[in-house]
Design a protein around this ligand. Structure first.
Ligand code: ZN
Length: 192
């Protein structure tokens, strides 16, 4: 993990239970870097991280949320106004961050917003998620894949599969590499 996380100092890892580990960082800046670099994956599966204060049983620390950058695409120009934006933000349970400043909120034709995602709930079909790990194309949950359905999935007995790889955003932040061929807004469409 030290290599994956590009840490300056070491990290010690101990098992809490079969799927839960305690990471102890040698320096605070390494920990901040890891927390800020969320979401992380291990074997393509989501690695949920939470701060642990050392005061309770680490097995009881809730691991149910994860911050994700999501993109809302294909919004009609008529919807690019503060009212619709607030409705979208509210439907996502609020936001943590928007792209740098209000003027960058709308990038080209899509809205990019960092949300606090409840990973116990299914992914939303109308969103595209940046750095999305593996998930189930049948029910949209992040904690398993179709393999969990065994031979039933292979035989097509658990169709339909409303979710798919299109939920992965092709462009990822923070600088949206590969974006140069698309159109930018030079002004904030919400500016009054
Ligand atoms: Zn499923």
């Amino acid at each position: 993990m030290k290599k994956i996380w590009c840490l300056n100092d070491g990290v010690s890892i101990s098992n809490v239970d079969a799927n839960r580990f305690l990471f102890t960082f040698s320096c605070e800046s390494d920990k901040r870097q890891v927390i800020h670099g969320n979401p992380w994956t291990f074997d393509k599966a989501l690695l949920l991280l939470a701060n642990y204060d050392g005061l309770c049983n680490p097995a009881t620390v809730p691991l149910t949320t994860q911050d994700f950058w999501v993109q809302v695409h294909d919004l009609p120009v008529l919807y690019m106004n503060p009212v619709v934006r607030e409705l979208i933000v509210r439907s996502l349970g609020g936001y943590i961050e928007i792209e740098q400043s209000r003027t960058r909120l709308w990038v080209g034709s899509f809205l990019r917003i960092k949300v606090h995602l409840d990973v116990t709930k299914a992914l939303r079909l109308r969103l595209q998620y940046e750095r999305l790990p593996i998930f189930c194309y049948i029910c949209g949950l992040l904690n398993h894949t179709e393999k969990n359905y065994g031979v039933r999935a292979t035989l097509g007995e658990v169709e339909p599969r409303p979710y798919g790889s299109w939920l992965r955003a092709a462009l990822e932040g923070p600088n949206l590499q590969g974006w140069s061929g698309r159109t930018f807004f030079t002004q904030d469409p919400f500016a009054k």
